[in-house]
Design a protein around this ligand. Structure first.
Ligand code: BGC
Length: 797
């Protein structure tokens, strides 16, 4: 294992799903799990191929109710390649004949390599080495090279290669009771013996898929033996001791979403026929990765650095420059598995701030995905009698609410109503990303057009959601769910929803304030046009001003209350539950299985109030609270942090990340514990079996941003780079480059007590850097080295 190679020695069936997720290869357009090509889906293996934005809707019956779900479709499997000697059984790693197995993921090159040694019944050993890529330069191509070596024997090897549409969406155990057959009208064919193809479509979205595979093999005559759902090629290789026989499978994938094609199948056959040989594909693929790494350079020593590099690799595979050409959002679990059905949540809040400083064109495309669905968000607001736009908690193809109506508690086996759609705070996440994207990129065109549409409509929704309470003399937003999904109702309440969620209200106030700022600064013709387009009436700004200052933020015992009445909930006996269950991250499931409900307790799934310390710098947060009429000093914040730390089970991978960030910003010695939780979330599958169902993209990107913005305090406002570094002794040296307002490759390097900044040569203006109490200007082609004051010492918790 090196910094750049992620390696798994030996075959461990129990670990296979996690490894498949972590060894997924993708290019933003599509991705394929790191499954063994000789295996089909079973209890151990789950090959899966997903194209960004390719969804289908199915109806199922659960607990006597008809429910509809939209899923990211598991597309035909292009991997199949199996082999056997003398008509024996096909080799698989689950047979007894596996002598050795090693899998390594080369992050620099984006290549998955596998070497296995098998013995057949006659005692003959076969070495199989495979190289796999999903092409980063041509997003429609993938390739698999297989080298077979007979160790000390001669004979024939029978090989079968296929494109397999007998797949379904069965990668997540909890969804097994649901309909999973998304593909229909399959047809298999061959353009010539070397090139087979498969076409099919999705049942409801009528998305047409064309896939073609070309085989290159040294000597063999290829026989095409197609079946209804599988395009199949068979051939025999003559093996000689000491010589390798190489088989290259090149695959092309097109769907009817693709621009500039006549039909998906024709395009796939054409593309694969013209694709160069494997070595050339490998070269161009490597070069594309090299360019990506240059734009996202990150150096962090040690184990943390190794994991961060893996996180970066998976972020880039899910959201690459190719994403900028697509109409897709940020899938919470990457293109790596089927959990959360490929849906888009507020998780983009943890992803875009990282991308803004490397691939702003990708951020813009991801925001445009939201803009295209503004109409659906408007309709959703109207449907609940409100103005403006209400973005869905889970979004898929057309922007309607995709949150499941029922979810299964695997502990109790019960299907329960899912009220997480009441997390209207997702709208604030969209607005936040619009604003931060503009701050980082300076893309005023976007802010003044699509960005303004979204920001103003989200502000309108918040303003219309707020009702004035005479007794409190405050505006209230009622009936919502905050980021902590454990609390979706008051104990014994008939209706779901909570009142005055602090996170929702403070972010709503921030959105209203930004909308007002935008209206103030918009050029007059833009402002008029926008007002007409969004139906904004003339007294809206005055109302927004009022609401943004008068939204209610509950407090109790000197801390910010997560929502009104939180303090009246029962205290949970955490020690008892820990002693009884060990891992209590999913306390909600434990309590429900006991016939109880987590709604009764002061117990949160993840950071809720504390999310505010992740989104806003201390200065911004103080300003926001002051505007709302509450002084927020370090003491109140510190008490609030301690209060919720003791009451959070971290049932989401986002929780460790946010806590690590907030504690690091507070210079607390316990920050590292939480940062580690965020770093290890997927590589150690800390949420008990969830990584095998897909990576946690928000947490992965969030850890990158923790280094980029969390530790450095980096902000991009007022045309300057603001830095306010905090120490994290366990991660005291790191460096990265950013792309900032036309400067490519601005490099920041941090060492204990010192920060250096280098601006690459260009004809652009110098960059102003604001540090606490100091301003420096660094011209292109220059570097500067800054000493950091000694008071940046960590505090004990
Ligand atoms: C978390 C949400 C998150 C979702 C998708 C849930 O477990 O509670 O905050 O958006 O996962 O990642």
């Amino acid at each position: 294992m090196t910094d750049e190679v992620w390696q798994y020695e030996g075959y461990e069936p129990a670990q296979e799903r996690v490894r498949e997720s972590l060894c997924t290869l993708g290019n933003g357009y599509f991705a394929t799990r790191g499954a063994a090509p000789e295996c089909t889906a079973d209890a151990v293996h789950y090959p899966g191929t997903y194209a960004a934005g390719c969804y289908n809707r199915l109806t199922s019956t659960v607990a006597g109710r008809e429910v509809e779900n939209e899923d990211l479709v598991n597309l035909p499997n292009w991997l199949p390649l199996r082999f056997r000697t003398d008509g024996g059984t096909w080799f698989t790693p689950d047979g007894t004949e596996l002598l050795s197995h090693c899998q390594s993921l080369d992050l620099r090159a984006g290549v998955l390599e596998r070497e296995s040694r098998y013995t057949d019944v006659a005692g003959r050993t076969l070495r199989v080495r495979q190289l796999r890529l999903v092409h980063m330069a041509d997003p429609h191509l993938a390739a698999l090279r297989t080298e077979f070596t007979a160790e000390g024997w001669s004979g024939e090897l029978e090989v079968e290669s296929a494109l397999d549409a007998t797949v379904s969406n069965t990668g997540v155990e909890r969804y097994r009771a649901l309909n999973s057959l998304h593909l229909t009208d399959t047809e298999a064919g061959a353009a010539n013996p070397d090139t087979i193809w498969l076409r099919c479509r999705t049942t409801a979205s009528d998305l047409r898929i064309g896939m073609a595979a070309r085989i290159a093999t040294p000597e063999a005559a290829i026989e095409v033996c197609n079946e209804e759902w599988r395009a199949v090629q068979r051939f025999r290789l003559r093996l000689r001791p000491g010589h390798s026989a190489t088989v290259d499978k090149t695959v092309a994938l097109h769907t009817s979403h693709d621009p500039a094609i006549a039909d998906p199948l024709g395009a796939a056959v054409d593309r694969v026929s013209h694709a160069p040989d494997f070595p050339t594909l490998l070269d161009t693929h490597r070069m594309a990765w090299q360019h990506l790494w240059q734009k996202a350079e990150l150096t962090v020593p040690g184990d943390a650095g190794r994991i961060l590099r893996l996180h970066l690799f998976h972020v880039l595979q899910t959201l690459s420059p190719h994403t900028a050409d697509l109409d897709v959002g940020v899938p919470a679990r990457g293109l790596h598995g089927e959990a959360y059905r490929g849906h888009v949540f507020w998780d983009e809040l943890f992803v875009l701030p990282y991308l803004n400083l490397h691939f702003p064109e990708v951020s813009r495309a991801l925001l445009t995905y939201r803009h295209r669905r503004l109409g659906a968000a408007r309709d959703a607001a109207r449907a609940v009698g409100r103005a403006g736009a209400m973005y869905p908690w889970q979004s898929g193809s057309d922007g309607r609410e995709e949150t499941q109506e029922m979810h299964l508690n695997p502990r109790s086996g019960r299907w329960l109503p899912d009220h997480s759609r009441l997390q209207h705070h997702v709208g604030s996440a969209v607005a936040y990303n619009v604003w931060r994207y503009w701050e980082a990129s300076g893309d005023t065109d976007f802010l003044h057009t699509k960005g303004a549409d979204m920001l103003l409509e989200i502000a309108q929704f918040w303003a219309d959601s707020a009702t004035y309470d005479e007794s409190l003399r405050r505006y209230r937003i009622r009936g919502v769910v905050g980021p902590d999904e454990y609390h979706d109702a008051y104990p014994d309440a008939k209706e779901p929803g909570l009142d005055d969620n602090a996170y929702t209200n403070v972010t709503a106030a921030w959105v209203l304030e930004r909308a007002l700022e935008l209206l103030r600064t918009l050029p007059e013709p833009c402002r008029r046009e926008l007002a007409e387009r969004t139906g904004l009436d003339t007294d809206a700004p005055a109302r927004w001003e009022d609401i943004s200052r008068e939204l209610y933020v509950p407090f109790h015992s000197g801390v910010i209350s997560q929502f009104k009445g939180y303090e009246e909930l029962a205290a949970l006996d955490w020690e008892r539950y820990r002693a009884r269950y060990g891992d209590i991250r999913r306390l909600d499931r434990i309590l429900e299985a006991e016939g109880d409900t987590v709604n009764r307790y002061q117990a949160s799934k993840q950071a809720d109030v504390l999310m505010l310390g992740h989104l806003f710098s201390p200065g911004e947060l103080r300003g926001l609270f002051a505007r709302l009429g509450h002084p927020l000093d370090d003491e109140i914040w510190s008490r609030t942090v301690d209060y919720y730390l003791r009451r959070t089970s971290h049932g989401s991978t986002l929780s460790g990340l946010v806590h690590g960030w907030v504690l690091a910003r507070a210079k607390r010695a316990d920050a590292w514990e939480y940062v580690q939780e965020a770093l290890k979330g997927d590589v150690a599958d800390l949420q008990g079996g969830t990584t095998g169902e897909g990576i946690h993209l928000g947490a992965m990107a969030g850890t990158l941003d923790l280094v980029q913005r969390g530790l450095t305090g980096l902000e991009t406002r007022g045309g300057a780079l603001w830095l306010d570094p905090v120490p994290l002794p366990e991660l005291s040296e790191y460096g990265f480059t950013i792309r900032y307002r036309g400067h490519w490759g601005v490099r920041l390097h941090m060492r204990p007590g010192r920060l250096s900044v280098r601006v690459p040569d260009s004809d652009r203006a110098p960059i102003d850097i604001e540090l606490p109490g100091r301003t420096v200007s660094v011209a292109p082609g220059e570097s500067c080295e800054l000493a950091l004051p000694h008071h940046w010492q960590p505090r004990s918790s």
